[in-house]
Design a protein around this ligand. Structure first.
Ligand code: FNR
Length: 179
């Protein structure tokens, strides 16, 4: 069976460069790999311990289930004010609980993305890797695809850009976590 990769996109806008990158990855997914986008992240309430436990909001429960079922997690995100967008931070928080038994625990995870800044959102990627790791994910530390100037600024270069991201997904698909 295919390796199922669940993609969390850090931008909610329809025209998101990061979403377009996931769509390009989907179109060129390595053999044996399927990439699904986790929709509805915007419907998940901000994490609140009072909402957790018996009456987890439906959107949060759905995310937890999707993460649990996925073989791999791919976080594709821009940088917001030098860090991780709140939508991704919130998704990680929900997936990190119950403490020590969250659906993200042990999940092989790669963090990539594009931002318009010249460093391509490198701070956001570093912070997201740190957070996902503390949440319990098995993060691919050496995958570093922070594409600068976002998507579409140089159509001629897009094939190369997509190849960088697809190569990261190939690494993710074979990564089994901590040796
Ligand atoms: C940004 N942007 C941005 N870019 C960057 O390289 N470093 C940063 O710190 C920020 N900060 C930031 C904050 C907020 C609130 C917004 C809305 C944007 C610009 C960002 O890279 C650009 O809008 C990307 O196009 C966002 O990604 P999507 O929506 O195209 O996927």
């Amino acid at each position: 069976t295919d390796t199922r990769v669940l993609a969390l996109v850090g931008s909610l806008r329809a025209d998101s460069h990061n979403r377009k990158i996931v769509e390009a990855i989907q179109a060129q997914a390595p053999a044996g790999v399927t990439v699904e986008i986790a929709e509805g992240l915007h419907e998940i309430p901000f994490y609140n311990e009072e909402l957790d436990g018996e009456n987890v909001p439906a959107a949060a429960a759905a995310l937890r289930e999707q993460v649990a079922k996925a073989d791999r997690l791919l976080i594709v995100t821009p940088e917001y004010n030098g860090s991780t967008p709140a939508v991704i931070a919130n998704a990680i928080d929900w997936a990190s609980r119950p403490y020590g038994a969250g659906s993200i625990k042990g999940k092989p995870t790669a963090v990539v993305g594009t931002s318009v800044g010249q460093f391509g959102g490198a701070w956001a990627l570093a912070n997201t890797k740190k957070s996902a790791g503390i949440a319990g994910a098995a993060v691919l530390e050496d995958v570093d695809v922070a594409h600068a100037y976002a998507w579409g600024s140089d159509p001629a270069a897009e094939a190369d850009v997509v190849a960088k991201f697809v190569a990261a997904v190939e690494k993710l698909a074979v990564y089994e976590g901590i040796a």
